[in-house]
Ligand binder design. Structure first.
Ligand code: NAP
Length: 251
């Protein structure tokens, strides 16, 4: 899967799934910038480790929910490396509450961080990608987009929104050589899921057909394919990477 010499930007790259994506793209020979929000130590450590291995990687502090931050991040990458070929919108949060208990702030924070951020970064990236008539956009959804998990109305709405947005964007820019796809992870072991895994890890595992929780590399492998030259005939799709969780059979 060829990504060598491509220029990539990954949001939420300091930890978890995003970190695995940064490593996969950098090991594939891409130049990679990644966005983090507040965890500067983790971001600096990742950038330093990959740079020491001869990879071209750097970190950008930004709040993905802010349009000005997204514009500045993309401008920063284009100013440094001359173009942008690959955008991975991965940053995301959860603020789980039943709807009656959910504050407007908890609704807005999740929608703005998970969904508005995708609009912000895609809109800023389309110009540079159109100029080179090449682009790979991969947006991080979740199986929660299709599930009916109590307590995740804000999160499910944000992820279903990402999928609808991605399909429209895919048709708008297909003829310009830009593909737009989503990856929808199942249950992946990261900071986001650590509390649930501690409380109910074995029960969750037993409900997954492959009988294990996913790891960040399971997701980065799928993203690497959709970010590569070889995926040029795939656009507007959602790739579930969930160990069979959503198949609905008797696990
Ligand atoms: P995570 O370990 O909690 O990491 C979240 C990342 O997003 C961090 O790099 C964080 O930066 C960044 N971030 C959060 N809010 C931000 C903001 N406003 N601006 C900039 N960066 C921000 O999460 P994860 O589990 O790797 O999840 C990554 C993506 O996969 C999310 O979109 C999530 O919804 C999706 N997903 C995860 C799972 C799962 O089981 N883990 C399942 C389905 C989908 P800091 O380090 O600076 O805080």
């Amino acid at each position: 899967m060829k990504v060598s010499d491509r220029v990539a930007l990954v949001t939420g790259g300091s930890r978890g799934i995003g970190k695995a994506i940064v490593v996969a793209l950098a090991n594939g020979g891409a130049k990679v910038a990644f966005v983090y929000q507040s965890n500067k130590d983790a971001a600096d450590k990742l950038a330093a480790e990959l740079t020491a291995q001869g990879r071209e990687v750097y970190a950008i502090q930004a709040d993905v929910s802010k349009k000005a931050d997204a514009d500045a991040a993309i401008e920063n990458v284009v100013a440094k490396w001359g173009r942008l070929d690959i955008l991975v919108n991965n940053a995301g949060i959860i603020r789980d509450k039943l709807v009656l208990a959910m504050s407007a702030e908890e609704w807005n924070e999740v929608i703005q961080t998970n969904l508005t951020s995708v609009f912000n970064f895609c809109q800023a990236a389309i110009g540079p990608m159109m100029r080179s008539r090449y682009g790979r956009i991969v947006n991080m959804s979740s199986v929660a987009a299709d599930f009916s998990n109590p307590g995740q109305a804000n999160y499910a709405a944000s992820k279903a929104g990402i999928e609808g947005f991605s399909r429209c964007l895919a048709t708008e820019y297909a003829k310009r050589g830009i593909t737009v796809n989503c990856v929808a992870p199942g249950f992946i072991e990261t900071d986001m899921t650590s509390a649930v895994v501690s409380a109910a890890g074995d029960k969750i595992k037993s409900s997954i057909p492959v009988k294990r929780l996913g790891q960040p590399d399971d997701i980065s492998n799928a993203v690497l394919f959709l970010a590569s030259d070889e995926s040029s005939y795939i656009t507007g799709q959602v790739l579930k990477v969930d160990g069979g969780l959503t198949l609905g059979g008797m696990a």
